[in-house]
Design a protein around this ligand. Structure first.
Ligand SMILES: Nc1ncnc2c1ncn2[C@@H]1O[C@H](COP(=O)(O)OP(=O)(O)OP(=O)(O)O)[C@@H](O)[C@H]1O
Length: 697
């Protein structure tokens, strides 16, 4: 077997070979955190640890899968990858909760995804006088946010309202009463949302007998991206390893970007002090990028307690490496052309499309670029920023599959019925209530008369439900209910899945504009589900991370094996490309104007900017569109400022140039393009076709 340590630098090797005392690895971007953690897992296996005795907690499903398969390969034990306990906190919590369902008093685990939570809260607002138009009241989504923030930060909901939702402080009492009832309703009915999974895991570990048994199964606990943990997750880690024995945590406080989920970069600093005898290993040699990119990264790297001590130095030979570039563009369309040209130019010079990525702060920043890429026939795939609606079809499939497991699942029935044309929320609620079991405190609304309960497995009951549907929808509702009943009657998992797909096909067609794409996605998911050895776990993963699972199984959208990657910065975390193009480097876009009102928000944007800059291996190009449309249909625009993260000191590390289309028109190349006077000269020189607003006033 080859030497695991070969190629590791001394700091990495020290971390890999470290014994059983608590270990904190503080690592700058690109310094080999993932490489080191993977080698440490492999090292433990070689030392005689059984795969089952290792617990690896990561931030994404994909990271867990990558690390365990690489570690298994390093140990030449292909079975290790699936035997190691690994996954996100939520996935591991779900596994533990399933195993200990009885201890938690649960007969059956019903996972609520965030949309289910909002549906449930929506039905409760009325009862707590939180509907109406006499004053501004919180939406169900805001209620869900308040609840989740309180749980994840450990702050009282009252404080969360005061601090983050002051617009609702006049109804604090009502909100608190509703959220209190929401929590007890979930407990009474055995419903678990994502926060509850973490609460349940912490409760299991806190219980003396159960906690001791759970702890005993792992000799090593390794936690990646520690800076992004929230308070409950930090508590869980402490409970997993109370004295820090066998504990390894890895993180970079300058890359903490999940404050909005209750994470706090201070947790990493605490970890270095929490356990007596903790060893701190710092990784500062960057193996990813050339020095000119790191020079910029070191300037934009936000100062944190740990961050201050870190300066990235390139391990790679950087002689001849070019400086990072800042391209000044006229507007977003011009930026799109500049990016497309630069991508094709880099391709001519040998960087394949898949070695390049366009990163953006927000998913909708690439609107013009996507049009340009289509015109120029540059294939691309876009990651991240999947809004809830983008994965709605996945949730529809989950709902159908859930009904096959529990035909009286009210929320799932509600979801599917809502997809029918002519069936509004009220009808969907009414029908799903008729078709579901109604224990005291039924999920949707007040408890209904048990005599009215219909069972969709019974044809007569189905007919009764269909009769209660709006006349125009009856045919479709009947087809759905018949299809579900047929799927339930199948005992084979694969056939059930096919049955669910048959039910969904016509519904997807009427409910979504991009039905064909979504149907393809569903077909692929159904194949993967049928092939999985454990359908229940597959479903849980799907509920926990529909976007991740969906894109994991998605193929590149074009029939071409080379394609450009477009990604939000959040989704680019942990990844790297030869050439990175970062667009919309303007104040308001990056940092996002949504974050400007709070110092914490701004600090988080700065860390995100640092993450973006450090994704590039050889070349980094930043783009600054100098004016942006405020209204795409009219020629209303705003002049933009360069991102505040590009301070003068940072700009001194950049090669600044104007994109040609702007300079050709003004004939002013060679001046300082960052100069505001120059910027407005560019703008003034362009001809604008008027929209004749006056005529339509
Ligand atoms: N000792 C090493 N020798 C050569 N290359 C290395 C070494 N360690 C890591 N690398 C390479 O450096 C790059 C960055 O490593 P890795 O992805 O593990 O870093 P990271 O710290 O997780 O980065 P980030 O936090 O920025 O995502 C990878 O291409 C990896 O293969």
């Amino acid at each position: 077997m080859f030497d695991l340590m070969e190629g590791l630098d001394p700091a990495q090797a020290a971390a890999v070979e470290h014994g059983d005392g608590p270990l904190v690895i503080v690592a700058g971007a690109g310094t080999g955190k993932t490489t080191t953690l993977t080698a440490r897992v492999a090292h433990q296996l070689r030392r005689g640890c059984r795969p089952e005795e290792l617990l690896l907690l990561t931030f994404t499903r994909r990271a867990a899968a990558d690390m365990t398969s690489r570690a298994a390969a390093l140990c030449s034990d292909p079975t290790a990858a699936r035997r190691i306990w690994s996954g996100t906190f939520h996935a591991v919590a779900h596994r533990l909760v399933s195993e200990h369902a009885r201890a938690l008093g649960l007969h059956q685990i019903v996972l609520l995804d965030p949309a289910d939570v909002v549906d449930l809260l929506e039905t409760m607002r009325d009862e707590f006088q939180l509907t109406g138009t006499h004053t501004r009241l919180p939406s169900a989504q805001s209620l869900a946010d308040i609840c989740s923030r309180a749980i994840n930060t450990g702050l009282a909901a009252r404080t969360v309202i005061e601090r983050d939702f002051p617009q609702y402080d006049h109804v604090t009492a009502e909100i608190l009463a509703l959220l209190g009832d929401f929590m007890t309703t979930k407990r009474r009915q055995g419903l678990l949302d994502f926060d509850d999974l973490l609460l349940a895991m912490r409760a299991l570990l806190s219980d003396e007998a159960t906690g001791t048994r759970i702890r005993a199964r792992w000799r090593q606990v390794l936690v990646d991206e520690y800076q992004d943990l929230n308070q409950i997750q930090v508590d869980i880690v402490a409970l997993l390893s109370p004295a820090g024995r066998g504990l390894t945590v890895v993180g970079d406080d300058a890359q903490a970007v999940y404050g909005f989920r209750g994470a706090h970069s201070a947790h990493l600093i605490d970890a270095t002090r929490r356990f007596p005898g903790t060893t701190v290993v710092r990784l500062q040699t960057n193996f990813r990028s050339v020095q000119p990119i790191l020079d910029l990264a070191n300037i934009v790297r936000p100062a944190g307690e740990l961050a201050q001590a870190l300066t990235l130095t390139a391990a790679r030979d950087s002689s001849g490496a070019g400086r990072a570039a800042l391209r000044m563009c006229y507007d977003a369309a011009d930026q799109a052309r500049a990016v497309a040209e630069s991508v094709l130019q880099a391709r001519e010079e040998g960087a394949a499309l898949h070695d390049q990525a366009v990163l953006m702060r927000a998913s909708d920043h690439s609107r013009e670029l996507e049009i340009e890429l289509r015109i120029r026939r540059i294939p691309y795939v876009k990651y991240g920023g999947l809004r809830y609606t983008d994965t709605a079809h996945v949730k529809d499939l989950i709902a159908a599959l859930r009904i096959t497991a529990n035909p009286q699942s009210e929320l799932s029935l509600y979801r599917l019925l809502k997809l029918h044309r002519h069936v509004g929320k009220a009808h969907a609620r009414n029908l799903s209530r008729m078709l579901s079991a109604s224990p005291a405190g039924t999920v949707l609304g007040p408890g209904s008369d048990p005599d009215l309960d219909l069972d969709l497995r019974d044809p007569a009951h189905r007919a009764e439900a269909v009769a209660a549907a709006p006349a125009k929808a009856r045919l479709a509702v009947a087809a759905t209910l018949d299809g579900l009943a047929a799927a339930i009657a199948n005992t084979e998992a694969a056939q059930r899945i096919t049955g669910c797909l048959d039910v969904l096909r016509p519904l997807v067609k009427v409910a979504y504009l991009d039905a064909a794409l979504r149907q393809d996605d569903l077909d692929r998911l159904a194949l993967a589900a049928a092939a999985s050895s454990d359908l229940e776990r597959f479903l849980a993963e799907l509920i926990l991370d529909p976007a991740g699972v969906s894109t994991d199984f998605a193929q590149p959208p074009h029939i071409d094996d080379d394609y450009l990657v477009l990604s939000t910065v959040h989704s680019a975390k942990g990844l790297e490309w030869e050439h990175v193009h970062l667009i919309h480097v303007t104040d308001g876009a990056f940092p996002s104007d949504m974050a400007l009102s709070s110092p914490n928000g701004l600090a988080e944007e700065a860390r995100l900017f640092y993450v973006a800059v450090t994704r590039a291996r050889d070349r980094l190009s930043l783009y600054h569109p100098q004016r942006l449309h405020r209204d795409v249909f009219k020629d209303r625009h705003v002049f933009t400022q360069r991102s505040r993260f590009l301070t003068d000191e940072a700009v001194a590390e950049l090669d600044v140039s104007h994109h040609d289309t702007a300079t050709a028109d003004t004939g002013q190349s060679g001046n300082d393009p960052a100069d505001p006077a120059r910027r407005s000269a560019d703008v003034a020189a362009r001809v604008v076709i008027p929209t004749m607003d006056d005529l339509f006033a």
